[in-house]
Design a protein around this ligand. Structure first.
Ligand SMILES: [Zn+2]
Ligand SMILES: [Zn+2]
Length: 167
């Protein structure tokens, strides 16, 4: 979570006006009674409204609530915003959990630039998935892969020119 928070703050520091507006309306959609704090019921309402309940870790609110005061202030919401809108909501195709940090992607689906097929480490390790392709790489390895060492027949694509998660 520390890593996610750090990334969110770095992103926040470099935001365009447009992104700031987006963040502000995101915050307003969370803080429905407008008291400047996001309470647990407001947070849960938001998850239900957006259909995120199934995917978010049940302890996410606790993780986001850095100072442990039982509500999310603006800064804590920046991390939440970052997770959903910038990192995108990447869900494990095996167990449906939110993927943060390292996870595995199907190389064929990725290089075909179709919808990616993503797996958390434990689903990949325990083969908890049914998928037509079998070549998987973790997201960091895939980002570093370029045309030179990317050998999958005619599917050669310049991966490095195609960032995994462009904002
Ligand atoms: Zn999984
Ligand atoms: Zn695939």
């Amino acid at each position: 979570m520390e890593e996610m928070r750090g990334a969110a703050m770095a992103y926040y520091a470099n935001m365009s006006i447009d992104q700031q507006q987006k963040l502000l309306s995101f915050y307003k959609s969370l803080d429905t009674n407008g008291d400047g704090k996001v309470s647990i019921p407001e947070y849960l309402d938001f998850l239900v409204k957006k259909g995120y309940t199934r995917h978010m870790p049940s302890n996410l609110f606790k993780l986001l609530d850095e100072n442990n005061d039982g509500t999310l202030d603006f800064e804590e919401c920046v991390t939440f915003f970052y997770m959903i809108n910038v990192r995108r909501l990447v869900i494990c195709d095996g167990c449906g959990s939110y993927l943060w940090g390292l996870y595995f992607l199907c190389v064929k689906c990725y290089s075909a630039r179709k919808r990616t097929y993503d797996l958390c480490c434990s689903c990949y390790r325990n083969k908890n998935f049914i998928h037509a392709h079998s070549n998987f790489l973790d997201n960091c390895a895939l980002l570093r892969t370029n045309t030179k060492n990317f050998e999958y027949g005619d599917e050669q694509t310049c991966i490095s020119a195609y960032p995994l998660q462009s904002p």
